[in-house]
Design a protein around this ligand. Structure first.
Ligand SMILES: [Zn+2]
Ligand SMILES: [Zn+2]
Length: 405
């Protein structure tokens, strides 16, 4: 019975605040800031929290914030054993907005094209809802407003270093992300591995350039680099554990010679993505060895630089099952969908490597209104009806998790 009252209370507050959450999202959308430069955004979030009656800890990882909501049905002191963490990212992308909407970005070349404005607005909505209901649940809700999701080393990794997962330590972390491929009104979950680790590969293959008519006097880096590109794919096909999804793609191969000039070097750039941390390390080790060995055997050299990115994102199976069941309670079974693996990266993965975590997706697509563009495109937008769900559902999931701790 109490649960039904809680469910109805949350739904009704989410409905009541929906228009404000839309306004918050529009303000953030119109004033985007790049990764690790979220100064005005952080100030705005802090002001909003203070207006609700919550004093946040500011300046975590420079532009991040952490706020605590204490449930009051317990013994009156801060619960450190029942803690759920809720995360929103706040940064925008270096994209020039092409949408003609009243809340269009006011900053040339910067745009909330990944929906982080919606995540931040939703979490502020959660703050408002749970602050009102704090007398009706037991436990602690930790709100994490995070900078720099889009840029290495990832704001999540910096916030973890600065202790966001301690004092009090969340027992579980929840995060949501807009999904332009899922209709508004629906929500998506996936247990276990969900998103990929991301590592950037930079290869410089060196030989000895010269007149293309006399290759016998040269060391041809174009041919060496070609062998390396083909051979590296064999690391994926022959050494990858078959149950581990992996992608190796090269998008840049620059041999800057001409018809009759062989260059001195070739520059290659690519990305390696997978969903298994042991294989991730092993795959990189094998690729470096193979590339260096091929270059050396052919008389040249290969300098192989790797920028290590985010780990893979794993959704804790039991947590995800519980949260999914609670989403069914809130949304109805017909509105809860299963997600496919996605080889994109997401720095929420850092939390998922440390604490039981669930990262789920909020449907924002509306075909009838032409809201279909993918994230990271200049025409990306969301159906703002998703924001009521974004705030309400997350509030409900947090309270239900605390109940079970
Ligand atoms: Zn993004
Ligand atoms: Zn994103």
């Amino acid at each position: 019975m109490a649960q039904i009252i809680m469910l109805e209370s949350i739904k009704s507050l989410a409905r009541q605040y929906a228009a404000d959450i839309v306004q918050t999202r529009r303000h953030l959308h119109a004033h985007p800031e790049l990764s690790f430069h979220e100064r005005n955004t952080a100030r705005f979030v802090a002001d909003q929290l203070k207006a609700i009656g919550i004093t946040p800890q500011e300046g975590v990882a420079d532009t991040g914030l952490v706020a605590i909501i204490e449930g009051k049905t317990g013994n009156g002191s801060l619960s450190t054993s029942k803690v759920v963490g809720l995360r929103a990212d706040m940064d925008a992308l270096p994209i020039h907005e092409a949408n003609n909407v009243p809340y269009k970005s006011t900053v040339d070349g910067v745009m909330h094209a990944c929906g982080h404005d919606a995540h931040t607005a939703s979490l502020l909505g959660v703050a408002r809802i749970l602050h009102v209901l704090r007398d009706q649940f037991d436990g602690t809700v930790k709100l994490v407003f995070q900078p720099g999701e889009e840029k290495a080393p990832g704001g999540a990794s910096l916030m973890i270093k600065e202790g966001v997962l301690e004092n009090p330590a969340p027992v579980s972390m929840l995060g949501q992300h807009v999904a332009p491929n899922i209709p508004v009104g629906k929500i998506g979950f996936r247990e276990g591995m969900y998103m990929a680790s991301t590592d950037e590969l930079y290869l410089t293959v060196r030989g000895k350039g010269g007149h293309a008519a006399m290759p016998d006097n040269l060391v041809d880096p174009v041919l060496i680099a070609s062998h390396i590109i083909v051979a590296l794919q064999q690391v994926i096909s022959r050494n990858r554990p078959p149950a581990s999804p992996s992608v190796l793609s090269f998008g840049r191969f620059i041999a800057d010679g001409v018809t009759n000039v062989i260059p001195n070097e070739v520059n290659i750039e690519g990305t390696f993505r997978c969903m298994n941390e042991e294989w991730r390390a092993e795959g990189k080790r094998r690729m470096v060895k193979l590339a260096e060995g091929i270059a050396e055997a052919m008389g040249g050299s290969c300098e192989f630089r790797i920028v290590h990115g985010y780990p893979y994102l794993k959704n804790h199976p039991e947590l995800t099952r519980r949260v999914r069941a609670q989403a069914v309670e809130y949304m109805g079974a017909e509105n809860v969908v299963d997600l496919d693996l996605w080889m994109a990266g997401e720095d929420f993965a850092f939390y998922s490597q440390v604490v039981d975590s669930c990262f789920y997706r909020l449907g924002t697509r509306n075909e009838a209104r032409g809201i279909v563009s993918g994230v990271h495109t200049p025409t990306f937008d969301i159906d703002e009806a998703a924001l009521e769900t974004g705030a309400g559902l997350m509030s409900w999931l947090a309270v239900q998790e605390l109940q079970l701790m």
